[in-house]
Design a protein around this ligand. Sequence first.
Ligand code: SAM
Length: 224
Amino acid sequence: MSTSAPETDLAQYYALRAHEYEAVYAKPERQVDIAQIQAWLPGAFEGRDGVEVACGTGFWTPFAARRASRWLATDLNEETLVLARRKPVDGERVHFERRDAYASWAAPTFDAAFAGFWWSHVPLGRLNDWLAALHSGLRPGARVVLMDNRYVEGSNHPIHRRDAQGNTYQLRRLADGSQHEVLKNFPTQAEALAVLGPQACAVQWTETTYYWLLCYTWAPEARG
Ligand SMILES: C[S@@+](CC[C@H](N)C(=O)[O-])C[C@H]1O[C@@H](n2cnc3c(N)ncnc32)[C@H](O)[C@@H]1O
């Protein structure tokens, strides 16, 4: 088990896990929720110019990008992007790029953003940094959809420790037998909304059995 910074560990863990990652989407108990979200995603970004953060193997990309006018799916790891680029997407509209989620954009160019199962991996002390970086790429009125796990006993890895900042960690094992401590937070609705602040308008929080979805309109002109 590595003892470097959680962010470094996380990126390395997902690089190693890339080829076995989508097994998480084969869990039988989650199929109803997954199908429901896959059916909903295309309409969420209809006609929009979207960016996807930490797209991983691109499991959700074909659904999120299906009716978007353009879609840029990004991830820090080339190991996951290689698999994402093989997904059945329209290569004219959908592109993939290696990119750090914490990096700011040079200009606000997108009117939609999507991040699946990324919030939970952001240390609590970096949530504001990450959201500021995300929002730096968005035009006013952009639609944002963030989606992640609810903690469900027996379906998620147990929490094995909590640090002084309140981040929680799981121990996970890969097919090669290696064990990894992975930062994985499970925010409540109140905690998530408190981080977003007043510039997130028309906020909607939806829960399925296994997941939560947070949708909002980015309104930088809004004041608290
Ligand atoms: C839980 S996976 C989510 C993948 C995909 N969004 C999904 O829902 O299936 C987290 C992803 O974050 C990526 N990642 C780790 N650190 C990152 C960073 N600093 N910036 C962007 N992506 C990162 C990993 O490579 C991995 O693909």
